[in-house]
Design a binder for this molecule. Structure first.
Ligand code: 5GP
Length: 198
């Protein structure tokens, strides 16, 4: 069976990643979302085991110590990490897997899995990003400022990604992500290895 594509999506908080991913998943039934572990508290409406695995700091540190995470990073004072085993299992079963993670984690994945595809989702402008973050209504003003500073720092990593997608209309953004998956499935390397094994 052909292995799935591992796609890493990064982009500032508030850029519209979750909306674009939800739209994308409606079009790609073979796509699975990697559920991260985090020490940050759940926001209203978020469910444990659906949006994140919400962990205490001690539980999170134990996962790091036993090497259970494919990558991990500190982001605005909280730990975030990708449980490795579910990702590998899904890829081997032929599913595509999407990781919604920040840049430090993305760089770790690129080192550990050189065949991972890195996509940076950028806001049309920083002014637009600030507007979206304020409009979301679930983030305190001082946190909005911290997230904007983080976004500026993160944008400096954008040229290390394989693809850059600008987040404007959700259908267009999801369509471009969909096209990237299609292109990655058409890579000769993805198919040639397969043919040699047959
Ligand atoms: P939020 O707290 O808004 O859900 O996410 C904050 C940031 O953490 C986002 O940029 C998101 O992509 C990132 N993030 C979520 N899960 C992970 C993870 O498992 N690893 C890393 N490195 N970043 C993550």
């Amino acid at each position: 069976m052909k292995k799935g594509v591992l796609l890493v999506l990064s982009g500032p908080s508030g850029v519209g990643k979750s909306t674009a991913v939800a739209e994308l998943m409606r079009h790609r039934p073979q796509l699975r979302f990697s559920i991260s572990a985090t020490t940050r508290p759940a926001r209203p409406g978020e469910m444990d085991g659906v949006h994140y695995y919400f962990k205490s700091r001690a539980e999170f540190d134990a996962m790091v110590a036993r090497g259970a995470l494919l990558e991990h990073a500190e982001y605005v004072g909280n730990g975030y990490g990708t449980p490795a085993a579910p990702v590998d299992k899904l890829l081997c079963e032929g599913y595509d897997v999407l990781l919604d993670i920040e840049v430090q984690g993305a760089m770790q994945v690129k080192r550990a899995r050189p065949d991972a595809v890195l996509v940076f989702l950028a806001a049309p402008s920083f002014e637009e990003l600030e507007r979206r973050l304020n409009g979301r209504g679930d983030t305190a003003p001082e946190l909005v400022q911290r997230r904007l500073e983080t976004a500026r720092r993160e944008f400096q990593f954008a040229d290390r990604y394989d693809y850059l997608v600008v987040s404007d209309k959700v259908e267009k953004t999801a369509g471009e992500l969909d096209a990237i998956f299609t292109a990655e499935h058409c890579r000769t390397s993805a198919n040639f290895t397969q043919r040699k094994e047959e």
